[in-house]
Design a protein around this ligand. Structure first.
Ligand code: AVJ
Ligand code: FE
Length: 444
């Protein structure tokens, strides 16, 4: 068993890891922005999203603020554009009207910032300040870029036009024999105090009790979800919360986003490709309310955030919480569908080597999973290094999402990673799995 202490790296190892991760994230940002022409980069593909060229320069601006100016103590590269790329100054819908850097200037800007960052990485001592211990600030900026890359991938999915992104399909899969497993009652360790690049809302680790419950071994598939549609689930208020039903009526929901009727069946649009809805793939592009309504119709419910994390991390043999469902090793291609290696979730039952000790699959990767918890701080939370990453969102109109999607990079998800969005949002790569209470007879 590897303890987290064994994972602490020396300064040269940290530098090598940071350099590699910076290179990977920039390769992805470049691919997502080079795939389309300039007109496409500056245009708004959806009111929910920024123009791609805003994301690109915002990535560079955050990197400049934290790594060039704060960690490096250097002069600003561009002292005049911070306000344009401050997400709190301008809602996404208004960003196309801003005097943004045009594509060529945005590209030159992020390149200039990056060159300085490599110099800062070489020369800065990675100790003495919490911000730089184990390369934290660099890790935070790598994750920030990868998060915006996933946002840009969602913008690509909303974009209308011929396909411009390409990737091989994942392999076929066989679902496990058991549909659900019992997670025994008891305390487990949630969150982390040791994961070097964990963000503030994942900290600190704490013990929490979870009652016995059942959780599905795989996410809900398109085929499962179709049965809910065919049973009239969208037209039956019994399955919906009051807020969910109001939203279903207002937004006229009748199927997941990007689905359309095709004769007797359904097609979907996926990065510009129109194809029959694949029945064995996890459902994606549903909002929290649709997920909760499906679960109610199925006689189940969504897991809570502690339930999801216990199912993902708790090892009954040792009583400890793992970094990932499969153990403490960083994610590999055999564990999970991450990093946009595929442009779709893998079929339900994929990645048996990624399953948790209790036998739950695909908790990491494929689709973000809606869980029935709001965004609250853990006991002992302290904002770090800035309140605007997490703290200002606590208690807002959000539901949590766990585990990452096929579009999430391995550097930007962990067993402890917490994501959130409004419960009506469908542009993210989100699906869900079901849970249910265990009856006294079932826990024996
Ligand atoms: C944690 C994914 C909700 O994209 O709004 C990016 C991450 N914060 N820039 C988001 C983030 C600042 C955030 N999420
Ligand atoms: Fe950001």
């Amino acid at each position: 068993m590897t303890s987290t202490e064994d994972r602490l790296l020396g300064p040269e190892q940290v530098r090598a890891r940071v350099a590699e991760q910076l290179r990977r994230s920039r390769e992805r940002s470049d691919a997502l922005t080079d795939a389309v022409d300039d007109d496409d980069l500056v245009r708004q593909h959806s009111k929910l999203m920024s123009p791609l060229v805003w994301d690109l320069a915002h990535i560079g601006n955050q990197e400049e603020l934290w790594l060039v100016r704060d960690v490096g103590g250097r002069e600003p590269v561009r002292g005049d554009i911070d306000e344009l790329y401050d997400a709190f100054q301008h809602p996404r819908a208004n960003r196309p009207a801003l005097p943004l850097l045009p594509p060529a200037e945005a590209r030159a800007y992020v390149r200039e910032v990056r060159d300085k960052v490599f110099d800062v990485l070489d020369r800065s001592p990675l100790e003495g300040r919490r911000l730089v211990e184990q390369g934290f600030a660099f890790g935070m900026i790598v994750q920030h870029e990868q998060q915006h890359d996933e946002t840009m991938l969602a913008t690509h999915q909303l974009r209308v036009g011929a396909p411009v992104l390409h990737a091989p399909d994942p392999a076929p899969a066989t679902p496990p024999a058991r549909r659900e497993v019992l997670v025994p009652a008891g305390e487990f360790t949630m969150g982390t105090s040791t994961e070097p690049w964990a963000l503030d809302n994942e900290r600190p680790a704490f013990r929490t009790h979870v009652d016995a419950f059942f959780i599905d071994t795989v996410p809900v598939s398109n085929g499962d979800y179709l049965a809910f549609i065919d049973a009239g689930g969208y037209d039956d208020p019994r399955w919906w919360s009051a807020a969910g039903w109001a939203h279903r009526q207002r937004a006229n929901l009748a199927a997941p986003r990007f689905w359309s009727r095709d004769g007797d069946g359904w097609s979907r649009t996926r990065f510009g490709v129109v194809e029959p809805v694949p029945l064995d793939e996890p459902v994606v592009h549903v909002c929290f309310h649709e997920a909760a309504a499906y679960a109610a119709w199925a006689g189940k419910r969504l897991p809570t955030e502690p339930e999801w994390e216990k199912a993902a991390r708790f090892d009954p043999a040792t009583g400890r919480s793992r970094r990932y469902p499969w153990g403490d090793d960083d994610p590999g291609a055999e564990h999970a569908n991450l990093g946009q290696r595929h442009l779709r979730p893998a079929p339900v039952g994929a990645y048996p080597k990624g399953e948790s000790p209790l036998g739950v699959r695909q908790l990491i990767g494929d689709v973000w999973e809606w869980v029935d918890s709001g965004f609250q701080p853990y006991p002992g939370f302290a904002a770090f290094p800035y309140r605007e990453y997490s703290e200002v969102f606590f208690g807002g109109d959000y539901k949590m999402l766990r585990g990452g999607s096929f579009g999430t990079d391995a550097s930007a998800v962990r067993g402890t990673f917490r994501n959130w969005d409004h419960p009506i949002r469908r542009q993210i790569f989100a699906g869900f799995r079901c849970a249910r209470d265990a009856t006294p007879a079932e826990v024996r």
